[in-house]
Design a protein around this ligand. Structure first.
Ligand SMILES: NC(=O)c1ccc[n+]([C@@H]2O[C@H](COP(=O)([O-])OP(=O)(O)OC[C@H]3O[C@@H](n4cnc5c(N)ncnc54)[C@H](OP(=O)(O)O)[C@@H]3O)[C@@H](O)[C@H]2O)c1
Length: 246
């Protein structure tokens, strides 16, 4: 299967590399062209513009930073819209709001193409390991066509129905994860201020259900291997909350 891939940041690079490792033919494009080099060394081809990637590939995936990047890559000069059309599919896996997904979907459909939004739950390591959770919605036929790629990129993919549901689900999941990290950080502070050892709290939490959350395990093991673990844990918690809100 041949796919285009737009956006080789933390997530996109790992995802495109996974596709290459699993035998997909991948044509990449990134705004900062030098970031394509590593993928080229793995066998990827490079497109000059998003439009040229879409012209070459039946299916194109995007993984961009935010709504303004997602819109720019579609609507600007040399963008996706210039070459999308009948028989071509565009899949945006960036985290954006539902209105942005709907705007892209309408424009792609008007040109005769198919569109799926497919934001992911997970981070760099799950992206590297093909363990993302994919929250897709939109054109069901395109989703079905993309299942072989989604199977490589993720451990589970959901088709959530009408356009916008993927974006909404992703934001709800982020809200829940952010709240969990907040409660976790509050618990560490409360333990500390109550004269309890935050390290002991971590040890107590491990056998509890709440610590079976991957974020919490990450925090636990990071803390265990660091002398300044508690401070580090709080810092990571705050960073995670910021990341979760992206
Ligand atoms: N990182 C995570 O743990 C994580 C987890 C789940 C979901 N996500 C979501 O996945 C998406 C990608 O995240 P990331 O961590 O890979 O981000 P990142 O490392 O910051 O990469 C962002 C990518 O977007 C490109 N970009 C930004 N503005 C652009 C523009 N105006 N035109 C064209 N390209 C543009 C960047 O190109 P340049 O290289 O030229 O800057 C880069 O390829 C985001 O929506 C994020 O919320 C991230």
């Amino acid at each position: 299967m041949e796919v285009g891939f737009l956006g080789l940041g933390i997530m996109g690079k790992a995802m495109a590399a996974n596709l290459l490792r699993h035998g997909f033919r991948v044509t990449v494009w990134n705004r900062t062209l030098s970031k394509c080099d590593e993928l080229v060394a793995m066998g990827a081809a490079v497109g000059d513009t998003p439009a040229s990637v879409v012209a070459k590939c039946k299916y194109t995936i995007a993984m961009l930073s935010d709504p303004s990047a997602a819109l720019s890559v579609v609507f600007d000069k040399d963008g996706v819209l210039e070459q999308i059309g009948e028989g071509k599919g565009y899949v945006d896996m960036s985290t954006v709001d539902a209105a942005t997904s709907c705007k892209i979907s309408e424009a792609v459909k008007q040109k005769g193409g198919a569109f799926v939004e497919a934001p992911v739950s997970g981070s760099k390591k799950p992206a590297e390991d093909g363990q993302l959770v994919i929250l897709a919605a939109g054109d069901k036929a395109l989703y079905d066509d993309m299942v072989p790629a989604f199977d490589v990129l993720g451990k589970k993919s959901f088709f959530l129905g009408e356009m916008g549901n993927g974006a909404k689900m992703k934001l709800v999941v982020n809200m829940i994860m952010g709240s969990m990290m907040n409660a976790f950080s509050e618990g560490l502070c409360l333990a500390d201020k109550s004269g309890l050892s935050p390290q002991t709290l971590l040890d107590v939490l491990v056998p509890c259900l709440v610590m079976q959350h991957p974020c919490c395990y990450l925090l636990y093991f990071t803390t265990k291997s660091n002398n300044h673990g508690y401070v580090l844990t709080c810092r990571i918690s705050v960073q995670s909350q910021i990341r979760c809100s992206r």
